[in-house]
Design a protein around this ligand. Sequence first.
Ligand code: RB5
Length: 152
Amino acid sequence: MKICIDCDDAAVNLKKILFEHLKSKGIDIADLDYSASKEGALYPEIGFNLAKQIQVGKFDRGISICGTGLGMAMIANKVEGIYAGVCHDVFSAERLCKSNDAQIITMGERVIGPELAKTIIDAWLLSEFQGGGSTAKVEQMRALEKQSFNKE
Ligand code: RB5
């Protein structure tokens, strides 16, 4: 599984910690580091870039971090076919994949400590969509999404 990670100026420390944590576990992870190519970049463009990389198939999943995780989730969900949720607990992070089939987890460095963040990411990486009763719900979300993107 190929993972990407990025953050805005409010989450530089947590991004570094999570990147190094996953690297040390042998995970195939890339730091997109959007801000390196654009000084003063804001969370919408950073999160949009990460979501687009997943949309085009360069990565399977992404970790997008800002001060709260809220802005990164909002912008990722504006990319067609991409689903993201803020997770600051293990149960939500597992359900994000198992029930919602989302590709992006978001977090806020101003909300969560690094040790809990690492535990959450580890649980998230082990989780896969389980289908079953969730399939119809996710399919309905995809169908409704098409209306928002003016395709139907
Ligand atoms: C800081 O720019 C803050 O607004 C941002 O990191 C994020 O928390 C937005 O949701």
